[in-house]
Ligand binder design. Structure first.
Ligand code: ATP
Length: 217
């Protein structure tokens, strides 16, 4: 069964780094669909600069042309703290025990996984698929990770075929060129009145300007 990918993020705003990561992973891991799940009230980091409504609307604009990319607004509708483990539990109930689920993330996010709420449960609910820069494998960097995370990595490392053959439990690495784009870069450039063209879809850039997002007060 083809896996469903899950890409969570603050998407403050969504940009081509996210979209390329998703598209490369869709192709390399043979994903049938990728759900973009903007976080509502992220427990890990400072509050996003703009509301969940705006962040969600920007994701919608960014993926409108892609038949396999879907906006999933469940976290922005939640009023309590948003934990990925709760989202995965919900998806598992909705999609059934047999459906392979892949939680997608960049290598930096993976090395911090042990800071996530009930992080070890995540692997009972989904695979984790990590994008790493070619030439900078996780294997080289995993030595600096927390020992429990390192143990899971060593025991669960799998190839792409495993992802469609099992519903959860594997950790796969995919070599994906990382674009030097971040939401922080885009917010800073807007605040400095500098161009953001070609860093994100033009529909998203237009939305930012129309709604005066990220501009200095
Ligand atoms: P910020 O700059 O505000 O920290 P961000 O651009 O890193 O934001 P997030 O919404 O925090 O975006 O990221 C969501 C996911 O996308 C994370 O797993 C992150 O590793 C990944 N990601 C973000 N930017 C890139 C990029 N340029 N290339 C590949 N993956 C990326």
């Amino acid at each position: 069964m083809k896996p469903i990918g899950i890409l969570g993020g603050t998407f403050d705003p969504v940009h081509y780094g996210h979209l390329r990561l998703a598209e490369e992973m869709r192709e390399l891991a043979g994903l049938q669909q990728i759900r973009f799940i903007p976080t509502g009230n992220p427990p890990h980091r400072d509050a996003p600069q703009v509301s969940a409504l705006h962040r969600s609307a920007m994701v919608k604009l960014a993926i409108v042309d892609h038949p396999d990319f879907v906006l999933d607004e469940r976290e922005v509708r939640r009023t309590a703290k948003c934990y990925t483990v709760d989202t995965l539990r919900e998806l598992r109930t909705e999609l059934g025990e047999a459906q392979p689920l892949c939680l997608l993330m960049g290598g930096d996010a993976f090395l911090q996984l042990h800071t996530w709420h009930q992080w070890e449960k995540l692997l009972d609910l989904a695979h984790i698929v990590v994008g790493y820069r070619p030439g900078f494998t996780l294997e080289e960097r995993i030595h600096s990770a927390m020992p429990e995370l390192r143990k899971h990595y060593q025991q669960r490392l799998c190839n792409v075929d495993f992802l469609s053959q099992h519903p959860a439990g594997g950790i796969a690495e995919l070599a994906i060129p990382k674009l030097e784009i971040s939401a922080t870069l885009i917010r800073n450039r807007v605040a400095e009145n500098r161009t953001i063209r070609y860093l994100l879809p033009s529909a998203v850039a237009n939305y930012i300007y129309q709604h005066h997002l990220y501009a200095p007060c």
